[in-house]
Design a protein around this ligand. Sequence first.
Ligand code: ATP
Ligand code: MG
Length: 630
Amino acid sequence: MEKKQKKQSGTARLFELAFTEKPLVVTSLILPVIGTAASFMPFIAVYFIIGEFAAHISDLGAADAGYMIMWGWIAGGCAIGAVALNYAALMCSHAAAFRTQYKLKLDFTRHLAALPMGFHTQNSTGKLRKVVDENIEKLEAFTAHQLPDIAGSFAAPVAALIILFAFDWRLGLAALVPLVMMYFIQSAAYGGGRAKTFIKKYQDSLEEMSNASVEYVRGISVVKAFGQTVFSFRKLYNTIKNYGDYVLQYTKAYKHSMVAFLTVLNNIYIFIMPVIILIYGGATDYAAFALAALFYLVFSMAMVEPFLKLMYVAETANQVADGIARMDAVLSAPPLKEAAEPKTADGYSVEFCGVSFSYGGIGAEQTEPETTVSGDSLSARRDKVAGLGIDGQRAESATETISDISFTAEQGEITALVGASGSGKSTIASLIPRFYDADKGAVKIGGTDVRDMSGEYLMSKVGFVFQDVFLFKQSVRDNIRAGDKNASDDDVIGAAKAARCHEFVERLPNGYDTVIGSDNIHLSGGEKQRLVIARAILKNAPILVLDEATAFADPENEQKIQEGLSELMRGKTVIIIAHRLSTVRGADKIVVLEGGRIAEIGKHDGLIAAKGVYAKMWEHYVNTLNWTIA
Ligand SMILES: Nc1ncnc2c1ncn2[C@@H]1O[C@H](COP(=O)(O)OP(=O)(O)OP(=O)(O)O)[C@@H](O)[C@H]1O
Ligand SMILES: [Mg+2]
């Protein structure tokens, strides 16, 4: 979703979004205005009825019953009409709100999918979840409830003032005084920049708290395993305490204006009473005096409720506007650039031409410090490996994760990437499906830069099994079918058989319909990996990237998966990453990486003969195979 025009901010943007469904929203604003006017009619009716009584106080029999009954009907009709109008207004506003929410959520999720991987590694899931779930939903509440309230509440004082002025302009003026006072109290409290900063800080601390609790719950296994209860809880505790402090500050800051506002609001009659006494005090017609006094006292109280609503509206409008600003911040993150005139590939060889890339270059925003509990042990280990500067080169190009990578993975061949942990193998692989874009050089498929292809086209050409296995909380069938959403059930089972998952899937309580992650369905690391392999097999894309695809498999299964894969690999461009060097021994080309650079390229025998990095790795590998517990 691209916004060409300059984005508005704050409440202006809030209203822009709230009016997405214009006709519905406008209707939902007009109806409560009429409704409010109608809701005042009973007061007027009562005034006339009492007036008729008062006029004939000495001889009630002479009072015009028909006249009074007419006002009775008008009062009843208007009361019912007001309810009906408000009901209709809420129907309209809810329809508008849900449509807007649906549209926004859709836009938002689409945008998330279009953002580069780098954005997602730098923004916690807790934060994004909060934007989708809470901030967008706040807008729903605003459009559905607060907007019609605003309309009704603005209409109320206006209608009330018109009525007051119509009956007696002096009383109208008297009623205006508290209204003006309340307006100033309100805008002094919430209008300035102070309120905005407050709300921003308040929302920030709320966000931090929800982030910390998500991380805490997610990392609970590490917490338990290492008995870190107190330490890991401290961060969460601090965010909760912070939040508490802000709420307290917030409340304290507004206590005076709030009390002043409510005092004036609940005592409007104090402003009207003296005027009534002044005007009618000397009157001899006590009936008229009583009538006027009664009417104004009752009527002035009718203004209280709409005003209370207005007060909350001012407060929530600020909060919703802040939530929208957070949503806009995500929406304005630039999506991965799509080529204006997408090209297609001519053949499926994968060529790296002088590619350099660093994770540091993505996004200006600094990665949020992770909590101790969530510290992914794998990346921590990698960081250590990289930080130690295993060799001189790494330290030299400390800012680049991979430097000057050039090699070609030919179509119909198997190209293997090997190297120590942290040497950049996965990083190289992730540049092919454009999880990230190269900083220097280009990744080409069939001679075409991947950046010149449409995302959809590129995705249809690359199948991958990544190191970090990801399964959806869906049925086994749907998880495999993610590879090709048009696949038949037979195709799914065929792929499952080739990836050696058919047997264990059959053993699950509901077979292929078992929902992964549902109660007590837990798959082992190797089983999950095989499901992802089945997904890739089903996708049957011309380029296949396998990053440690069989790392978790036991020797027997690995053998079988290899057999299944070898059928799939025929005629394709295969890039395979493996620590078990026996897996890659037969590759057509082995690219040996060291500290983010290519150390050697060749075939197994040639590399052994060269006695370089690979030969040493092989020697270590063979030694570990022969290693036994003494
Ligand atoms: N998302 C990321 N953000 C920042 N740095 C990263 C990220 N992923 C990896 N790195 C860093 O990039 C370097 C190369 O990582 P990469 O995952 O490519 O190594 P690898 O060769 O695949 O290692 P392994 O064999 O352990 O899988 C490491 O120093 C790692 O810390
Ligand atoms: Mg890796």
